[in-house]
Design a binder for this molecule. Structure first.
Ligand SMILES: C[S@@+](CC[C@H](N)C(=O)[O-])C[C@H]1O[C@@H](n2cnc3c(N)ncnc32)[C@H](O)[C@@H]1O
Length: 219
């Protein structure tokens, strides 16, 4: 029922945890978390009424209403501190995810695990987690309908592991796609004098160089 992107999110959830799935939409992750026995309870939330109604119906059809609670509202603001151990936020832009985390500091602080699958600016999420005293303990890559997604898992007081993504068969493909994208961005910026002297230009060059090094190490 769930694709490899959602399976990668689910695989990071610690056994038996109480999970919040923020922006649950169809609710497939919540259902699979309970069906597989990985989570003991899920709070599945939606901000928008359309997806919320579908979510409610899918949870009711699954027969897991006793284990999955659905809530309508904005991000983590509709949770109380200590209600969940794991926070999952998948399928949203990095800036929105960072805002959702920023808007509910007590709920985030009381959790023990945060699993994020951003649709863009994954770097922003890594910075947010580090600045807020979370340790990124692992990362993974998952391919679904031709797109490679990044999944980031952070915990409190856990040692950093060797990243799953580094041994992932998708690693080289992901780096190659990212390098090609950055090279297109750099070529576009090179056309303008002001863009060539910008911070973004230097950052893009630095990332191209870092990715090229990584790629030559895996080739
Ligand atoms: C693209 S869907 C991703 C659904 C699912 N998490 C997944 O990964 O397949 C994003 C969902 O987040 C919901 N959403 C957007 N902003 C939200 C917020 N601040 N709080 C809760 N849900 C939100 C949207 O209504 C939408 O259903």
């Amino acid at each position: 029922m769930i694709d490899s992107r959602m399976a990668a999110v689910m695989n990071f959830v610690r056994e038996g945890n109480r999970v919040a799935d923020i922006g649950a939409d169809h609710g497939y992750l919540a259902i699979e978390l309970i069906k597989s026995g990985r989570a003991s309870k899920v709070i599945a939330t939606e901000k928008n009424i359309g997806p919320f109604e579908i979510l409610g119906k899918n949870i009711s059809d699954s027969g897991f209403e006793n284990f999955i609670e659905v809530r309508l509202g904005d991000g983590l603001k509709i949770l109380s501190a200590g209600e969940v151990d794991t926070i999952c936020i998948a399928g949203m832009g990095g800036a929105l995810i960072a805002k959702i985390l920023d808007d509910a500091p007590e709920v985030v602080q009381a959790a023990r695990q945060v699993i994020i699958q951003p649709m863009n600016v994954a770097k922003k999420i890594r910075e947010w987690l580090t600045e807020n005293n979370w340790t990124i303990v692992d990362e993974d890559l998952a391919e679904s309908t031709g797109i490679i997604y990044e999944i980031i898992c952070a915990e409190k007081n856990s040692p950093k592991k060797i990243f799953k993504r580094e041994s992932s068969p998708l690693s080289k493909k992901f780096l190659t796609q990212r390098l090609e994208k950055l090279q297109r961005v750099l070529a576009e910026m090179s056309k303008s004098e002001s863009a060539r002297t910008s911070e973004k230009f230097s950052a893009t060059l630095a990332e191209i160089s870092a990715i090229s090094c990584k790629l030559s190490a895996v080739s």
